[in-house]
Design a protein around this ligand. Structure first.
Ligand SMILES: NC(=O)c1ccc[n+]([C@@H]2O[C@H](COP(=O)([O-])OP(=O)(O)OC[C@H]3O[C@@H](n4cnc5c(N)ncnc54)[C@H](OP(=O)(O)O)[C@@H]3O)[C@@H](O)[C@H]2O)c1
Length: 330
């Protein structure tokens, strides 16, 4: 296939002229090296993309780079025999928009070792409604069930529930047979949270307690916000329950004690989607395409935007105003 000499991409610069980002025309040779070139179908917007696009967080480790930590599309050229023209592939994390060019371009060049063949059971569109957010939620659940989390331990709490990771966690956990209690600051979206799988919707004050131990109300959960809410979730988790820590939407601090760990055997599990080993990565995508595939992906996809719209979406997300997932369509 003949590739265009130039194409549009949302690129992030940081040089003598300052930190800035926007859509510009670039050439394929401007992209970091890789074996697989794809024509982008979809990308998505994650919290990290908003930090990178605005410069409010140190995400990029070299400049300039095309933004976007997620990408999915069809292969148009490949020097790796595992991928051939026309294959549907995706990559989430794995250095995109950190050390190499990401998914906010009409074309993307990927490393074969991190490209995933679109699993049967998912469309490219669905794979990017999931994106890093869905991958993170499913990775958290995989870590929890590998550490003996069972539905009879009690409901799983999900903080930051209306956000991207939170919404997908609500849907995935309930599909996997767990009762889900959504914790959200947006009471106006309680019906949405119930529609996608929450049996109860609680305000953030459900995790406002400050004592080292409280009565065990949850079997465990997934935390997207950090700080006192995570500490309170640990203090309210049943014996041998698991709490997965994925985010810092409120703060990176964790004001806790060792009591939940040494009295109740509670486990605090880390979730780092970007650095997941290949075998674990493949296992998570297989779950996402089959037994853990969210039942309400189109409901969770609350917004579909073009590359040009990215700057208008980032500030709302950073201000905690996210609601569901935002798909970027090319
Ligand atoms: N570890 C990983 O691999 C990984 C992967 C993806 C994302 N993350 C992190 O996970 C977090 C969520 O990401 P996302 O893409 O889902 O972001 P998002 O769509 O912006 O959702 C974040 C949600 O957190 C809640 N929130 C925001 N500010 C808050 C505050 N000050 N106090 C309490 N709750 C607050 C809000 O939900 P409510 O209004 O419903 O409470 C908001 O919708 C981010 O910190 C992100 O960096 C980590």
């Amino acid at each position: 296939m003949t590739l265009p000499s130039r194409f549009a991409a949302f690129r992030i610069h940081n040089d003598d002229a300052g930190y800035r980002s926007g859509v510009e025309q670039i050439a394929l040779d401007d992209l970091a090296p890789g074996e697989v070139v794809i024509k982008t179908a979809h990308s998505s917007i994650n919290f990290k993309d908003a930090l990178a696009g605005t410069g409010q967080g140190k995400i990029l480790r070299r400049f300039p780079l095309v933004g976007g930590i997620d990408v999915a599309g069809h292969v148009v050229a490949s020097s790796d025999p595992a991928f051939k023209e026309g294959d549907a592939v995706l990559t989430t994390g794995c250095g995109l928009s950190e050390t190499r060019d990401g998914g906010y371009g009409e074309y993307a060049r990927l490393e074969a070792r991190w490209a995933v063949h679109l699993p049967q059971g998912l469309s490219l569109r669905e794979s990017m409604i999931l994106g890093t957010a869905g991958f993170t939620a499913a990775l958290a659940l995989l870590r929890m069930v590998e550490n003996r989390q069972k539905p009879d331990l009690g409901p799983l709490a999900v903080t930051g529930a209306t956000g991207g990771v939170g919404s997908l966690a609500v849907d995935i956990f309930s599909r996997a047979g767990f009762e889900v209690h959504a914790i959200s600051g947006k009471s106006a979206h309680a019906d949405y949270l119930k529609a996608i799988g929450a049996s109860q919707v609680l305000g953030r004050d459900a995790l406002a307690t400050t004592r080292p131990m409280e009565s065990a109300r949850f079997g465990g959960g997934l935390d997207n916000v950090g700080g006192p809410m995570l500490a309170s979730l640990l203090a309210q988790t049943a014996p041998y329950g698991n709490v997965a820590s994925a985010g810092l939407a409120a703060t990176a601090d964790l004001p806790t004690t060792v009591m939940p760990f040494i009295i109740r055997g509670v486990s605090l599990l880390g979730v780092a989607s970007a650095g997941t080993a290949r075998d674990l990565r493949d296992a998570v995508w297989q779950h996402l395409a089959s037994d853990w595939k969210p039942r309400h992906l189109e409901r969770i996809c609350t917004r579909e935007v073009a590359m040009q719209d990215l700057p208008s979406v980032f500030p709302t997300m950073l201000a905690g105003g996210s609601f569901g997932r935002t798909l970027v369509t090319f």
